[in-house]
Each structure stands twice: as structure tokens, then as C-alpha cells.
Design a protein around this ligand. Structure first.
Ligand code: PAF
Length: 294
């Protein structure tokens, strides 16, 4: 199948036609520069639905750092090739103007409250980022309409924000079921990310410290440690490296998200890390309170 890149309006029509044909839609929103993590979302979307569609749009609203936007990797021809061979049925894109036809320039886009899950961590270190995600995902969901939408767990805080958005959109008649899929990792444990292409070989070993630190927090949890601060210290110890600039190594209650570390013994816990290495910002997280050994 040859994939074209329709704009949002035509993509919307395509999705409506699929629903008229009683076909369920699996949808994977992306910013392109596709890697095996994206492909695993697409595979799951295909397994669980009649048709699968993908969007590729590098959303300027979610970049708090203009240099990060300029340097964001892009390889559209390769993306299309990958999507064709993965058997994806439709891939669409758009311009900011097409997603927000009601405004003449980007500054007129209504600000919105991305909800309590946007507080702390990414909310602190990337001001406006999760609001930008919320704004575009609302438009992406409106374009596709009722569907199952697949997101990677690597962007854990994003998944919480997007789940809240889907709940809100349900009240106005758009039914999107958000499905969070496991993080796909390199053999070293490094979470796959489009940004990893910018990490030189020299930094790959150091980058693996992030997953190592998450693993240590998990072992400590399994030994009975339930205090966020102690688990955080364990991660920080492992992350000590001259090239690694840690923004946060935090533990949160995934079901009761708080801006700061919870000050009560945890029943459920998610450990989350953000760090800069060789000019690349890396994030990762791990559920401490399930029994899965990744
Ligand atoms: O996770 C991403 O790739 C982006 O944040 C998303 C969800 C496609 C919104 O631009």
C-alpha cells in the first residue's frame, strides 16, 4: 500500500469512512523519526483494531527550547517506508494553521490547563511542554475521532495528561481509549527515543546508567523500602557521572500524582528520571510496585 500524507481534514474524512464501514481504528500519534518503540505501538494498534493510522507532526507548541525544536530529528521518507512495510493504513500530517484554523498566529492559540498530572517534574523542567502536548493531542484526537490511541510509557507524565484529556473529551462525545504500552529498550536498557540518534557511541554506556538507577530503585522497593526520598537517593547515587546532568530522579504515586515527592509510605510507585547527556535530554521511568522484572 502506498501511503500519502493527507492533511487533517482529509484524514478526518478517512476515519469517518472507516467507522461507517464498522471498522475500529487504532491510532498512533508521533512526531516522526520513527524507531522500534513506535513500531511496537503500531503493531499493538494493528493487533487490536481493524485499521491503523498514524500522525507525524513535530508540534512546535510543546518545545520550550527553540534549539531543541530546530534540532529535532526528522526523516520523513524513511518514516513512510517503515509505515508502509508495517502495513499502516493511513498516515497524516498537518501544519499548525491546519490544526488551529481559528487563529492567525501561534500566540492566539488558547492556553489551557493540562491538569494536575502536569505539575512537577516535566512541568517544572520543561515549562509549557505538557500544555503544548495537551493542546495538540486534543486536535489530533478531534481529527481521528473515536479510536484506541497508543502511547509509550516512556513519556509517563504525558500518558497521565493525555488520559485526563481523553476523559474530558468523552464529556463532549469523542471516545478515545488511551492505551499505554511498555517502553522498548536497547539491549543496554536505554529507553528507545528519537533523540537517541544524537547520542554518540561514547555516551551510550553512560546513558545506560539511567535504567540501572531505575533498576536499583526497584530492587530497594522489593526489599521493602517505601519512602520516596530514600528511593530517590538510591537512584541519585547510581547516576553519579561527570557527563550526566541529572534534572530529577523522583518517585511518585502514579494513582495520586503530586507536584512534590509524596511524604507518606507508598503503596504504588513510579520512579522517574530526566538527565542531560552530551547535549541530549533523556527521560525514563519504571513502575516499582508491579512484580514484573523488566
Ligand atoms: O510523544 C510524542 O511523540 C508527542 O508528544 C505527541 C504525543 C505525538 C504529541 O505531539
Amino acid at each position: 500500500m502506498t501511503l500519502h500524507l493527507p492533511a487533517p481534514l482529509s484524514a478526518s474524512q478517512w476515519c469517518n469512512e472507516q467507522r461507517l464501514l464498522q471498522k475500529s481504528i487504532g491510532y498512533v500519534p508521533t512526531m516522526g523519526a520513527l524507531h522500534p518503540g513506535h513500531l511496537s505501538l503500531i503493531e499493538q494498534a494493528q493487533r487490536e483494531n481493524d485499521v491503523c493510522c498514524v500522525s507525524i507532526f513535530v508540534n512546535p507548541l510543546q518545545f520550550n527550547d527553540p534549539d531543541d525544536l530546530i534540532g529535532y530529528p526528522s526523516n520523513l521518507d524513511n518514516d513512510i517506508r517503515l509505515l508502509e512495510s508495517a502495513g499502516c493504513h493511513m498516515v497524516y500530517t498537518g501544519t499548525l494553521g491546519e490544526f488551529f484554523p481559528e487563529v492567525e498566529d501561534i500566540h492566539q492559540i488558547d492556553s489551557c490547563d493540562p491538569g494536575p498530572a502536569a505539575k512537577g517534574l516535566e512541568g517544572n523542567y520543561r515549562p509549557g511542554h505538557l500544555q503544548g502536548v495537551y493542546q495538540i493531542v486534543e486536535r489530533l484526537f478531534t481529527t481521528v475521532g473515536d479510536c484506541r490511541a497508543y502511547f509509550g510509557e516512556k513519556d509517563f507524565q504525558q500518558t497521565l495528561v493525555v488520559k485526563n484529556l481523553a476523559e474530558k473529551m468523552q464529556q463532549t462525545g469523542t471516545n478515545v481509549e488511551v492505551i499505554v504500552c511498555p517502553t522498548v529498550r536497547e539491549p543496554s536498557g536505554l529507553a528507545m527515543s528519537s533523540r537517541n540518534t544524537k547520542l554518540g557511541d561514547a555516551h551510550s554506556c553512560t546513558a545506560a546508567l539511567i535504567y540501572k538507577a531505575l533498576g536499583k530503585a526497584k530492587s530497594a522497593w522489593q526489599q521493602g523500602i517505601r519512602v520516596a526520598e530514600k528511593l530517590e537517593d538510591i537512584m541519585l547515587d547510581t547516576l553519579q557521572h561527570p557527563d550526566l546532568k541529572v534534572e530529577y530522579a523522583a518517585v511518585r504515586d502514579p494513582n495520586g500524582w503530586t507536584e512534590n515527592s509524596p511524604d507518606y509510605p507508598l503503596k504504588q510507585a513510579q520512579a522517574l528520571i530526566a538527565a542531560h547527556l552530551g547535549g541530549v535530554r533523556l527521560i525514563d521511568n519504571l513502575c516499582l510496585s508491579d512484580d514484573l522484572l523488566e
